[in-house]
Structures are given as C-alpha cells and as structure tokens.
Design a protein around this ligand. Structure first.
Ligand SMILES: [Zn+2]
Length: 90
C-alpha cells in the first residue's frame, strides 16, 4: 500500500480507538480502519487495540469529532503520574 492510499484510508475514517489511562487521560490513539474494506488495514487497527489492552489500558471507540475536542496527553506526560510508580510520590 502506498502512503497516498494509506492517507486516503485514514482520511475516510470516522472513528478512532483511544487508549485511556485509569485517570481518564487519553494516551494513545489508532485510527479505526476496521470498516474501510481493506482487511490488511483492519488488522493493523485490531493489533493496535490489542496492544493498548495488553499495556493495561481501557480502550474506547470515539468519533473523530470527539477526538478533536479532547487534548491528547502522552502517557509519559500524564499529570496524574499513575503510570510513573517508580517515581516517589510526595
Ligand atoms: Zn492522567
């Protein structure tokens, strides 16, 4: 698949899957390509979602509109520090 085709697929997506920390921050995202009609791309989505679950996160499927409304916080920048158990908590 060319990058152009991939971008077109991603542009046509209406939903994304987000990985949700227990504090509620969104720490990862993957475009939902499960309905794009391309099995190979649908598998990428499934693999990403499986990775989120394996890393102990909750997964939510949200529309692109919802996704754009909420700021994305990378897992290392989560202000709640729930994933930084190695750091001492004051
Ligand atoms: Zn957080």
């Amino acid at each position: 698949m060319t990058a152009d085709k991939l971008n077109a697929l991603i542009d046509s997506a209406t939903h994304v899957y987000v990985a949700v920390n227990s504090c509620g921050c969104w720490s990862a995202v993957t475009t939902d390509l499960s309905a794009c009609g391309n099995e190979e791309m649908a598998k990428y989505t499934a693999d990403d979602v499986a990775d989120f679950i394996r890393s102990g996160q909750r997964v939510e499927r949200v529309s692109l509109e919802e996704w754009k409304k909420k700021p994305f916080v990378s897992i290392t920048k989560c202000p709640h520090k729930q994933n930084a158990s190695k750091e001492p908590t004051a």
